[in-house]
Design a protein around this ligand. Structure first.
Ligand SMILES: Nc1nc2c(ncn2[C@@H]2O[C@H](COP(=O)(O)OP(=O)(O)OP(=O)(O)O)[C@@H](O)[C@H]2O)c(=O)[nH]1
Ligand SMILES: [Mg+2]
Length: 192
């Protein structure tokens, strides 16, 4: 089975890059700068369905890059939508993403995983709010802390399992590659 593509999105500062660092290296970075560009990382994940290689694509939550994010949904099997449990604004942004991802990705089967980060910090959003949101949109959910290394262990195995099931059911689109040039041409008139 070819590598699965997972894209991580959410407002700036919610901890996406730190979460990836935990998922890929098992460490929390001592210092981290806001992401520019879209680096990706690879990992081999064991799940109930066997072994799956995954690519995890980091993105920038900065507003000025917002309209570029959907470019990276092409060919994606899953997105991890991150908010910070300390900040309602990031939760509303996460909801907006959850609503728009299947359309933007042109993939109704795309797996969506909602993750509430920074549970070690002063909380504004309860776990019940997160659970209710995930239930409303039918997505997977967990919350935790990249800083403490809590709540992250099951993300990749659960996603890999779900992706494996969907990949077995649906034929792969071999030509579904990222094509920046086409999208770039569209921008400038009516893109967000
Ligand atoms: N308290 C706490 N702080 C965290 C946690 N995860 C990340 N941070 C801090 O949040 C800040 C932003 O983390 P990043 O990983 O750069 O956030 P990001 O979502 O990648 O931000 P952009 O790249 O700008 O979109 C950093 O100062 C991290 O140390 C966490 O679980 N708890
Ligand atoms: Mg980042």
């Amino acid at each position: 089975m070819s590598a699965a593509k997972i894209v991580i999105i959410g407002s700036t500062g919610v901890g996406k890059s730190c979460i990836i660092s935990r998922l890929v290296n098992g460490t929390f970075p001592k210092s981290v700068t806001s992401t520019i560009g879209t680096p990706y990382f690879t990992r081999r994940v064991k799940s109930k369905s066997g072994v799956l290689d995954v690519e995890i694509w980091d993105t920038s939550g900065q507003e000025r890059f917002h309209s570029l994010i959907p470019l990276f949904f092409r060919g994606a099997d899953a997105v991890i939508v991150v908010y910070s449990v300390t900040d309602w604004d990031t939760f509303y942004v996460a909801k907006d993403w959850i609503e728009s991802v299947p359309d933007e990705a042109q993939n109704d089967n795309i797996v969506i995983y909602l993750f509430g980060n920074k549970t070690d910090d002063k909380r504004e959003i309860s776990e019940a709010d997160g659970v209710a949101c995930a239930k409303e949109y039918g997505c997977m959910f967990a919350e935790g802390s990249a800083m403490k290394g809590e709540g992250l262990d099951s993300i990749l195995p659960d996603l890999a399992h779900e992706i494996s099931i969907i990949k077995r059911k649906t034929p792969t689109k071999k030509d579904d590659k990222l094509d920046l040039s086409k999208k770039e041409r569209k921008r400038g008139c009516c893109q967000k």
